[in-house]
Design a protein around this ligand. Structure first.
Ligand SMILES: [Zn+2]
Length: 279
């Protein structure tokens, strides 16, 4: 009797959704959430039956729930093409137009500051950049990419992502992170779950004491100019866990935290991910 009652209840559950009037089954689609604009990070879900996904022809991994992630570089323009391959052999496409963002451009009516880097500095820098690139290339399988990010430090935002100076028509490198004017010694926390892939000292010439966190799926965060770091390479950190303190190591004019994010090679604006700065 028990089994029969359960079977009946199950049947009822199956029939219930139809009771409100038979809605047609929803067509499978590629769901993408987030603003499709320069510097954005977007999350999405592929429909049941999707076995593989590409972004502009490059493979884009799906997690077991068919969720995926991709970033749009600060200078990305045009259209993004997502193509899902379905188990039955068919494909499903979605095109997204990338909205440009009005980056803050500051025109300076003088030539770029003179005095290029020395030969010795360029050699040192080459090694440093190689170390950073090798750390960023590591895929640790961290799951932080699925979380809502929080601010790694609290303070006034003193420098926005994407801002750029142009010296008499010669553009300088744009600001590839967000600056938080937290006081010297303020705690820096992990904005999402991650695995530490780089942790200084020793300090880098420009970045100073640098911590890089891998959030999984090609997404990583870098924290520059730290006074101290509280983590070691390979360590798993939870969202909100202290990873270091604010300082002004490397090339910095005062204590602040520079937080930079990348998805693969795309330079991402961290601010929209973390939402409004808490007071
Ligand atoms: Zn900065």
């Amino acid at each position: 009797m028990r089994g029969r009652a359960a079977a009946l209840a199950f049947l009822l559950l199956l029939l219930l959704p139809m009771a409100g009037g038979a809605a047609p089954p929803e067509a499978p689609s590629l769901q993408v959430s987030g603003a499709v604009e320069q510097g954005a990070l977007l999350r999405g879900t592929a429909p049941p039956g999707a076995v593989a996904l590409t972004l502009d022809g490059e493979p884009l991994p799906l997690d077991p729930e068919r969720r995926f992630l991709f970033g749009l570089d600060r200078d990305r323009t045009g259209t993004v093409l997502l193509v899902a391959r379905l188990a039955g052999g068919g494909t499903l496409e979605r095109r997204l137009d990338v909205r440009p963002r009005p980056w803050r451009i500051e025109h300076i009516a003088m030539a770029r500051p003179a005095g290029g880097p020395t030969e010795a500095f360029l050699r040192l820098r080459e090694g440093e950049l190689a170390r950073i690139a090798a750390a960023r290339a590591r895929d640790t399988g961290a799951k932080g990419w699925l979380q809502t990010f929080r601010w790694p430090a609290v303070g006034r935002i003193s420098g926005r992502f994407g801002a750029q100076r142009v010296y008499r028509g010669q553009p300088a490198a744009f600001h590839a992170g967000v600056d938080i004017a937290a006081g010297a010694g303020a705690t820096v926390v992990a904005p999402a779950d991650a695995v530490v892939v780089l942790a200084g000292p020793p300090a880098f010439s420009l970045e100073g004491n640098l911590v890089v966190l891998d959030h999984g799926m090609g997404l990583n965060s870098a924290f520059l100019h730290l006074a101290t770091s509280a983590v070691v390479v390979g360590q798993r950190v939870r969202q909100g866990q202290p990873i270091g303190t604010v300082g002004m190591s490397g090339r910095a004019t005062g204590p602040h935290l520079h937080w930079a994010m990348r998805w693969r090679e795309a330079r991402i604006d961290p601010a929209p991910l973390a939402g409004p700065m808490p007071r």
